[in-house]
Design a protein around this ligand. Structure first.
Ligand SMILES: Cc1ncc(COP(=O)(O)O)c(C=O)c1O
Length: 404
């Protein structure tokens, strides 16, 4: 055994029994369980021991794997899902496909950093209600909110549920799939349906690179712009690098900047994690989907649930519910039973104090479902290591609470 193999053997021994595949049912129902095992640690150690730790071959390999999985030509990895949403929008402005002041439809119920980058890129967020059947953007509400400057929609696939995108054929569709890894919409992976799609690989997501994110797209010009924007506006990672160099002979090609960029690069540690985690996803996704379907059936008579919509495959991120009764007491009963709870993402973002700071944001239509989510919505964790025991505990706890 060489030294690397000895290190790998030690890591495997040290992490044996780590609950990456099966949780201890008695341990309760937390929001998040550590999702990685020995192979991810060995991959990360390999990167560290090689001393090639800044963005390189592992990130590129993971980008290729993830793009293939999504069914598109390009993946551009970044340091978070929030960065992926920001970069996707910034690239649209950089390429002139959206102009400053153009309106982007955004569901009122989503994560904060779905919304904020719209305004950060000089675009105008127009808040739209969500569909009471899916919690994703409501096509009817979107129709009512549209104006002459509406050019794009951010279709957020909330908590693994694919958004209905059929109504947005005449708009630029950008997908926020940060919590919907592997979900399907009309036979295609979410993220591959619109012009581009964002993913998050944060610790609590379907697969994780600790922190991390990716944009996927089939558009090579967009992929090039994303690569520049990710790394200082640099020409370095672009497929059309040679053309730029030829066009700018007066600038040293090693430090040639062609976009007004950021630095949102991931590390090779994240790339190494991603390569192992991507292999685990199909089996994990199947378990999350099974949990989602089973739990929907078990508690649908007690609370409102959100089953898979027609012609889609749900990715079962977290398990959202809307209570017909008092939310605080239901949350307390669940927590008491060891089932961790949270509100549904940012709930109605228009009601968050930060909304006032989102330059230009408008909420031109009523938001009754988002308001209902705000006051009566909650979610509990779903995880590949959970199963029937967790569903039964959820059902019996809600049933006891409803009788009290
Ligand atoms: C819909 C959505 N967009 C964006 C994000 C941000 O991702 P990150 O936490 O990796 O920045 C999240 C995070 O959960 C999300 O759910």
């Amino acid at each position: 055994m060489d030294r690397r193999e000895q290190i790998a053997a030690l890591v495997r021994e040290e992490m044996a029994g780590h609950p990456v595949e099966a949780a201890d049912a008695e341990a309760g129902h937390p929001l998040v369980l550590s999702p990685y095992g020995a192979e991810e640690v060995i991959g990360a150690l390999d990167a560290l021991l090689s001393t090639r730790v800044t963005m390189g071959e592992r990130v590129r390999a993971f980008e290729g794997e993830w793009a293939r999985y999504c069914g598109v030509g390009h993946g551009v990895m970044v340091n978070s899902g929030s960065s992926a949403v920001l970069l996707m929008l910034a690239a649209m402005v950089e390429l002139g496909r959206l102009q400053p002041g153009d309106e982007v439809l955004c569901p009122a119920v989503t994560w904060s950093t779905s919304l904020f980058p719209i305004a950060q890129c000089g675009l105008v967020p127009v808040m739209v209600d969500v569909d009471p059947r899916t919690l994703c953007i409501s096509p009817e509400s979107a129709r009512a909110a549209r104006g002459p400057r509406t050019r794009a929609v951010l279709a957020v696939h909330l908590l693994g549920q694919p958004a209905d995108m059929a109504a947005f054929d005449d708009l630029l569709v950008l997908e926020d799939a940060c919590g919907a890894h592997g979900a399907m919409y009309q036979g295609r992976r979410v993220g591959s349906v619109g012009v581009a799609g964002s993913f998050s690989f944060f610790f609590s997501h379907h697969i994780s690179t600790i922190e991390g994110g990716m944009i996927v797209t089939d558009d090579p010009a967009l992929a090039d712009t994303l690569r520049s924007l990710r790394a200082h506006g640099w020409v370095r990672e672009r497929a059309d690098r040679a053309e730029w160099v030829a066009r700018c002979p007066e600038v040293d090609a090693r430090f040639l900047f062609v976009s007004s960029g950021y630095n949102l690069r991931p590390t090779e540690i994240a790339g190494a994690f991603g390569l192992v985690q991507a292999k685990r996803l199909p089996a994990w996704l199947a378990r999350r989907r099974a949990n989602h379907a089973a739990w929907c059936a078990e508690v649908s008579s007690l609370v409102q649930v959100f089953p898979e919509a027609a012609d889609t495959q749900h990715a079962g991120f977290a398990f959202p519910m809307i209570t017909h009764g008092d939310r605080a007491s239901l949350m307390a009963a669940l927590e008491e039973a060891g089932i961790e709870t949270r509100p549904i993402s940012g709930s109605n973002l228009v009601r968050q104090p930060a909304f006032e700071r989102v330059v230009g944001a408008r909420a031109p239509v009523p938001l009754p479902t988002a308001d209902r989510v705000h006051t009566h919505g909650l979610f509990v964790g779903n995880h590949h290591a959970f199963g029937p025991v967790h569903g039964e505990r959820l059902r019996s706890t809600i049933e006891r609470w409803s009788r009290a």
